[in-house]
Each structure stands twice: as C-alpha cells, then as structure tokens.
Design a protein around this ligand. Structure first.
Ligand SMILES: NC(=O)c1ccc[n+]([C@@H]2O[C@H](COP(=O)([O-])OP(=O)(O)OC[C@H]3O[C@@H](n4cnc5c(N)ncnc54)[C@H](O)[C@@H]3O)[C@@H](O)[C@H]2O)c1
Length: 464
C-alpha cells in the first residue's frame, strides 16, 4: 500500500497558492479569457468510476466543452491522475466535476473553488453538516458556480411545475411532505478482522478527510456507503434526491428546528453500520417532512417506491421518479400530470457561462440544506438507544404521523420476518436545531457530529 506524506502534499505547497487568495488568478476574469483559444470549457472529472461514467459521457457529448482530464485512485479506471491534488494542480482545467465517495465531496469542491474552478459535485454534497456549509461559503467568497448533483431539480416541465402548482395553493396547504427510499439493499457480508486493500490503490488518498482505519468489509468501493466513516446510509445515498424534492415542495430554506429518527439495520447481520430501515421526522413549523428508508424487500406506498408523496388538504401529489409528478384530488382521482427533464450537466455549463449562480437549478446552497437534513436525521439515529416495540409505541404515540409511519414500518419488518422483540429497533435522540447557526444548542454530543476530526493533509478548510 502506498501513502502520500503530508509534508509532500501540503495543500498550499501543492497548488502553489497562499492563504485564501488562490482564486485571484481566476475569479474576477471571465471564463472566456482562460478557457483557451477556441473558448471551449475544459473539464476535469474527479472520481471517474461508477457515477463518474455519467459525468464523462455528459461532457464528452456537449458542444463547447472539452473533457481534458480524469482522476481516479483506482488504476483499473483509466485516468491520467490518481490523486485529486495532481489534477487540481494542472493549469488547463476550468471546471471540476466530482463523483468521488461522499467523504471527499466537500474537500475536493473547496480545493477546486480555491484554485479558481467552477464545480459540479455529486449528492450528498457533504459528509457532515459543517463541511457542507463551508462549500457554500467558499463558493460565495470566490464567486464560483457550484452545482449540486441532484438532477431531479432539472425536471423543469415535470417536478418543478408540480412544485409551483402546489405552492400556488391548488391543493390547499401541505400537511406532510413524505419521502420514500424503498430500495432493496442486501447484506454486504460479514468478515472477520481487517481486510486486504487492493495493492494498487493509495488507501491514504482514498480515505482523504475520513479516518485512515483498517478496512472492515469485503469490498472497498461502493460499500463505503454503509459505514459512518465514509458514507451516510441510504438516506444520504438514494434518499437525498427525495429529501431534496420534499424540501423543495415545502419551500423551506433552512434546517428544521426539530428532528427525530428511528430504525435499525435489521434482517441480517453484516459489516454495515448504517440503518437499512429508518424514519426521519424533520419538524418544520408549517408542515413536517417525513422520510422513510426501507432496504428490505417491500411494496411501494401510494404509488411510489423511490419517490415522494406530498399530502395536502385537498389531495396529494405523487413524484414516482426523477422527472414526473401526478396530482390526485381527495377522492384519489387523478387531476393533473407533469413530465419532462433537461440535462443537469448542461444547466451547470450554461450557468458557468452566464456567471450567475441563480441560473443553476441546484445551487450548492440547496444541496447543502438537503444533504444536511440527511445528516441531522442520522445524528439523531446515531445518538439513540435500542427500545422495545412497546417503548417505541409509547414514545411516538403523541404524533399521529409518527405513529402511522412506525406502524407501517413494523408491518413491513414483520413481513420480512424481523421480530422487533428479538432484534430491537433504535429510537434516536430528539434534537433541537438552531437553523441560523446550524448547531444543536447545548447538546455537545450532537454538535460534535456536525463535523469531523480533521486529518492532515486532508483537513477540509475551515474559513472561506
Ligand atoms: N446523481 C446520481 O444520480 C448519482 C448516482 C450514483 C451515485 N451518485 C454519487 O456519486 C458518488 C460516487 O458514487 P459511485 O456509485 O460512483 O461510487 P463508487 O464507489 O462505485 O465509485 C467511486 C469512484 O471514485 C473513485 N475514488 C475514490 N476516492 C477517490 C479520490 N480521492 N479521488 C479520485 N477518485 C476517487 C473510486 O476509485 C471509484 O472509481 C457518490 O457520492 C454517490 O452518492 C450520484
């Protein structure tokens, strides 16, 4: 296993920049001046494996855009660079597109902004709340265009129109904004002791801002989603798309003042840590956002599986996929339908050219807020305790939405032969959030989980 020594790769030395003024060479000037003679935008992709493939093909097929460099720590993925710092050090790249695992998103984004680049970063934009806010601050300070990879936001004639229609009051007020991530996720297997890391991968770079700890699962790649050091569970994997749509319908532009989560990793024992069954309740004052994750086999709910149900006084709207929505009246009769999506990558490139972050369909602030709703849900869950079925019933009974959701969750688990007496679920800690400071007043344990212990030379910069 190779490692990179911090002394060799101090960020400032690496990029040859001083303090926070690195962008001076790029920011004020328009992209056209630096984009090369034929004014093509030159794109570099960091994390060119799984999802990175969609980035590569989007830019390869776009007019006025040249895909000039790829970076992936895994040599099996054909790329010019193995270390994000080396790609960022290259002088001939205007735009950075990031599809690494979650724990690298904020650091790669901020480094890219500091070196004068506009950024497309996959969802969730952060691995924790604080670093997500920091990307927003850096993007604003350096005047950079930063798009979040929540492509449902580019469903303009589809979901965006439905959001507008609901917000105009056509179905009365929203009563519950419900997100569903019903996606079958099997066991990742159970290993004994540390597992070998592929020799060819620089594991220290792979870990980056996350703790460099022995691998305790079979597969290094992809299954990082299911351990807290690098992933955010399915809530922050698939679920972030639907979390974002739920918040979009509500029109909420801050974190919710109260959050509670419950659930468990149930039905199998494996090396994963994150819950495969989870409810998150974000108690906004006007109407709650209620999110349900189910990783064991299940049917959908009210016409959606991975989707959203926006319950309103006069009916409901179902978002069954990434590009459409259907409205129903109180009697369940379909009354309106929307469909259509544009390219989220094209929207990003258009905004890079216009230099207006308001042209983005998923500006980094939207990405930060929706990612953070996943993180605060996970913090509540992680600070919880195992409870009996009766204790859960008692704790949730004051709220009809929670009681209903827990009831269906328990039925779903029973159908998968999960006995909540033998393998109890976890009741998370009820948390109070100050949406202005994005902290939990007076709760040291929860506040500690809003960020992570910095690991040099991969510490996510603190201040823009
Ligand atoms: N928007 C979407 O619809 C969508 C879909 C799938 C995945 N994603 C997101 O994309 C990201 C990647 O997911 P995935 O499924 O491709 O994961 P993956 O683990 O399959 O692939 C990640 C790739 O990044 C590489 N990598 C890891 N650390 C790196 C580093 N420091 N520098 C360069 N390369 C590095 C890996 O070698 C691998 O090739 C995740 O954050 C995920 O949430 C988004």
């Amino acid at each position: 296993m190779k490692t990179s020594s911090p002394s060799t790769f101090s960020r400032r030395r690496f990029f040859g920049i001083a303090g926070g003024t690195a962008a001076a060479t790029f920011t004020a000037r328009s992209w056209a001046q630096v984009a090369g003679a034929n004014s093509d935008l030159r794109v570099g992709v960091i994390g060119a494996g799984g999802r990175g493939g969609a980035h590569l093909s989007a830019y390869s097929n776009m007019k006025g855009v040249r895909l000039v460099a790829k970076c992936d720590v895994d040599p099996k993925v054909s790329a010019e660079y193995r270390d994000p710092r080396k790609l960022l050090d290259a002088k001939d790249i205007d735009v950075i597109s990031i599809a690494t695992p979650n724990h690298w998103h904020a650091l790669a984004s901020i480094w890219a902004v500091q070196t004068g680049r506009d950024v497309y970063v996959e969802k969730p934009v952060s691995h924790n709340v604080s670093e997500g806010r920091r990307i927003v601050e850096f993007a604003r300070k350096f005047g950079k265009i930063v798009q979040t990879g929540t492509q449902c936001r580019s469903s303009r004639t589809g979901i965006a129109e439905a959001v507008k229609w609901v917000q105009e009051g056509n179905l009365g007020k929203i009563t519950v904004s419900r997100g569903l991530c019903y996606k079958n996720r099997g066991s990742i297997g159970k290993t004994e002791g540390p597992q070998p890391i592929p020799e060819v991968i620089d594991y220290d770079v792979w870990c980056g801002p996350a703790a460099n700890i022995p691998l305790r699962r079979k597969k290094l790649q992809y299954d990082w989603h299911w351990v807290w050091n690098t992933g955010n569970g399915d809530l922050g994997n698939q679920g972030i798309h639907q979390m974002d749509i739920c918040r979009w319908f509500l029109g909420e532009n801050a974190l919710a003042p109260k959050v509670l989560s419950f659930g468990g990793r149930l039905g199998y024992e494996d090396d994963g840590e994150t819950p495969n069954t989870q409810v998150v309740y974000q108690a906004y004052a006007k109407a709650p956002l209620l999110f349900e994750v189910r990783g064991l086999p299940t049917k959908g709910h009210m016409g959606a599986g991975v989707g959203c149900i926006i319950h309103c006084e006069g009916g409901h709207v179902v978002v069954p996929n990434y590009e459409s929505a259907i409205a129903y009246d109180k009697d369940g009769k379909e009354i309106k339908k929307w469909k259509g999506a544009e390219s989220h990558f094209v929207n990003f490139i258009d905004a890079v050219r216009s230099r207006k972050s308001t042209d983005l369909y998923a500006d980094i602030l939207e990405g930060h807020l929706s990612s953070a709703l996943c993180h605060t849900g996970n913090i509540s869950y992680q600070l919880g305790q195992k409870k009996t079925r009766e204790e859960l019933d008692a704790a949730l009974k004051a709220d009809t939405n929670l009681t209903e959701s827990f009831g269906r969750m328990a039925e779903h688990l029973a159908a998968n032969k999960v006995d909540l007496t033998a393998t109890p679920a976890t009741l998370g800690m009820a948390l109070t959030m100050d949406p202005v400071t994005e902290t939990f007043p007076g709760n040291d344990a929860a506040n500690a989980m809003l960020t992570r212990v910095p690991r040099e030379p991969y510490a996510v910069p603190e201040k823009a």
